[in-house]
Design a protein around this ligand. Structure first.
Ligand code: ATP
Ligand code: MG
Length: 657
């Protein structure tokens, strides 16, 4: 039953002022999948802990050695053999759960829906695996997948996993040249795509982009095309094959072969927020162990009753680990949604929650801030009393956004888990556990059982409680990247060279007085103002805590007096007017919240912020604007015209007192 929502304004300010921590709700605590003892068990015997997590999977051959660690190269569950697709699909059918829904798929056009049970999924994956064999794709071959959010996307991934082919999913919004470079880097021989997909109310084309990309990649032998939109596309009869012609006529029987625990499962290129994309390599046994265990623990998943929805695109790691592999390994029922949150109206997400009675929702801060901007009245129109756990991933979540999410989406009763991890880590690393640990708005809290992470100073020494520095991971973990595809040296240089013998993710963090961890954004973004390190995240969160601000991005610009000075770009909330006084008001608000040293030199009110295609703020470009430089590479932006709108604002920038 839904609780009566509390008065929003009052709740927000109270919660923030108290620096509130939320205790685990009693009903969850009584029945949580994991107990507090897991932390002690894992601390006493980390490898034993991960062995028990691996035992949740079905192994064709048990491993001999749990971990072989030749820093920084790890092998987990050495000698073990398993099949990922068997674990994600067949074993549930064999256990009598074939009629259970694996995916409720919701297309963007309304009433365009499909329901796939685990048995349906088995039939489709088997047929697709047989189709791969007919196309000459086998163990170790690379397959690029460039698709919209339709069921054939996870089916294609699972078919690859089944035959031991290595998939490389490229987000369907990337350009032909981005796709081409990823096809080339991995030397893919097959591309799986669709004629198009539906986004923002109209069909978008994918096949022409593939045509352009493969025109210059002679290694690609075939292009397998799903018909989704029925639009006219050009066709190369020697190379292109329709999915419905090839896959539908295959046998629905396929014998899954076991693969080594360290057999490559997939390559996924990082989004390119910080430079040339890196082909992150994940392997079989350790990856599935940690994605399945974390999905079970962090979301407290009850496969028989939960309806789980992760809103990420499968083209990002969040979709790989928490739409495909983790949930299916656990036998969960998930929702997949093809489109955008504002099509055909801004309540679409909440309509989906209401329709499927979603119990667990996993989304990103960028989406939450957008919903805040659109207004509280939109979610209030829907019945979301089914929800019980909420998750956040992708960026630090501003405390204001956290509290809004908890109150307006979670009805004040659902714990919010802020999950820190990366493409490279493969699975969640730092997060509260619902029903087990406390949670604080804005904090990822503590490393999960079995994960040894810390905050260190620039010499690599652990900082005391209350101190800040660099996040590091001190021991290998099962789902860690094994290398950068084809470039061991870059793997060592990028992640293992900043501090001796420990993994450096590139993020800044602090420990509060209780020892809980707060992520402070990428270290490249940290500002040095008059000799003080100031985190962009903290200034942004201070700005977002002002009632008139919906979103904020902060960068350090060169300053003759202070070294760097803080320049802020803000989007106002719906209804707030841009006025002469707003800049002063916001600057004073930051000074009051964080201290005078954090007072921004400039505040620019802008209509939009530059974001990557995965929705993260691209501060690098804002730094260029703030320092009057010409813009660097803008190809990973969702909308490059945003930068013109922002640049126009610059002459009117108020450089105050
Ligand atoms: P690239 O590596 O190409 O620049 P990216 O880092 O944005 O792209 P991802 O691997 O998807 O690609 O994102 C991981 C990063 O996102 C983390 O290193 C961190 O900076 C940020 N991040 C993810 N989740 C959280 C979180 N819960 N809190 C704070 N930061 C987070
Ligand atoms: Mg990264």
């Amino acid at each position: 039953m839904a609780e009566t929502p509390r008065e929003p304004q009052e709740t927000l300010s109270n919660l923030l002022q108290e620096n509130r921590r939320f205790a685990p709700p009693d009903d969850l605590a009584a029945a949580a999948n994991v107990t507090a003892a897991a932390y002690e068990e894992a601390a006493a015997d980390r490898l034993g802990f991960w062995e028990r997590a691996a035992d949740r999977l079905a192994w064709a051959k048990k491993w001999d050695t749990t971990l072989e660690w030749n820093p920084p190269f790890a092998k987990w569950f050495v000698g073990g053999q398993l099949n990922v697709a068997y674990n994600c699909v067949d074993r549930h059918v064999e256990a009598g759960r074939g009629d259970k829904v694996a995916y409720y798929w919701e297309g963007e056009p309304e009433d365009d829906t499909r329901v796939l049970t685990y048995r349906d999924l088995q039939v489709q994956v088997n047929k697709a695996a047989n189709a791969l064999a007919e196309l000459g794709v086998g163990k170790g071959d690379r397959v690029a997948i460039y698709m919209p959010m339709i069921p054939e996307l996870p089916i294609a991934m699972l078919a690859c996993a089944r035959v031991g082919a290595v998939h490389s999913v490229v987000f369907g919004g990337f350009s032909a040249s981005a796709l081409q470079s990823r096809i080339e880097d991995a030397d893919a021989k097959l591309v799986i795509t669709a004629d198009g997909g539906f986004r923002r109310g109209k069909p978008s084309a994918l096949k022409p982009t593939v045509d352009e990309a493969v025109a210059n990649t002679p290694g690609v032998e075939k292009v397998l095309v799903v018909r989704r939109t029925n639009q006219e596309i050009s066709w190369n009869g020697d190379r292109d094959v329709w999915w419905h012609d090839l896959v539908d006529r295959q046998s629905d029987q396929h014998e899954a072969q076991p693969h080594d625990a360290e057999h490559p499962l997939y390559i996924l290129y990082t989004s390119g927020t910080t430079g040339k994309p890196k082909g992150i390599l994940h392997t079989t046994g350790g990856y599935l162990t940690q994605t399945a265990w974390t999905h079970h623990a962090v979301f407290d998943l009850k496969p028989d009753t939960d309806i789980y929805w992760c809103t990420a695109d499968i083209g990002w790691v969040t979709g790989h680990s928490y739409i495909v592999y983790g949930p299916l390994a656990n036998g969960a029922t998930s929702v997949i949604y093809e489109g955008t949150p504002d099509t055909p109206h801004r309540g679409r997400f909440w309509e989906i929650v209401q329709k499927y009675k979603v119990t667990i929702l996993y989304t990103a801060p960028t989406a939450i801030r957008t919903f805040m901007k659109w207004g509280d009245d939109i979610p209030a129109k829907f019945d979301m009393s089914s929800l019980r756990v909420l998750g956040s991933v992708g960026e630090p979540i501003n405390p204001e956004a956290y509290v809004w999410y908890r109150e307006h989406i979670g009805g004040g009763r659902c714990p919010v888990v802020d999950t820190w991890w990366q493409t490279e880590t493969g699975a969640i690393m730092i997060s509260p556990l619902p029903g087990v640990t406390h949670a604080k708005p804005g904090a990822a809290m503590r490393p999960l059982p079995g994960i040894v992470a810390d905050v260190v100073d620039d010499q690599g020494n652990s900082v005391p409680n209350g101190g800040g520095g660099f996040l590091v991971v001190k021991e290998p973990w099962p789902s860690m990247l094994r290398t950068i595809w084809g470039d061991d040296k870059r793997y060592v240089d990028t992640y293992w060279s900043r501090f001796e013998g420990v993994y450096f993710p590139g993020d800044g963090a602090k420990k509060d007085e209780d020892g809980d961890i707060w992520l402070l954004g990428r270290v490249d973004d940290v500002m040095l103002v008059s000799g003080h390190n100031i985190s962009t995240t903290e200034v942004e969160s201070a700005l977002v805590s002002h009632p008139k601000v919906a979103e904020a991005a902060v960068v350090g610009a060169t300053d003759p007096v202070t070294g760097q000075a803080i320049v802020s770009f803000v989007i106002l909330r719906g209804g707030a007017e841009e006025s002469e006084d707003i800049a002063k008001e916001l600057r004073d608000h930051v000074a009051k919240t964080l201290g005078p040293i954090a007072k921004p030199r400039q505040i620019l009110v802008v209509p939009e912020l530059p974001k990557t295609r995965s929705g993260k703020i691209m501060r690098r470009l804002l730094r260029d604007v703030a320092e009057n430089r010409s813009l660097g590479d803008v190809t990973t932006l969702t909308d490059s015209s945003v930068m013109n709108l922002i640049a126009e604002k610059l002459p009117s920038a108020k450089s105050e007192d």
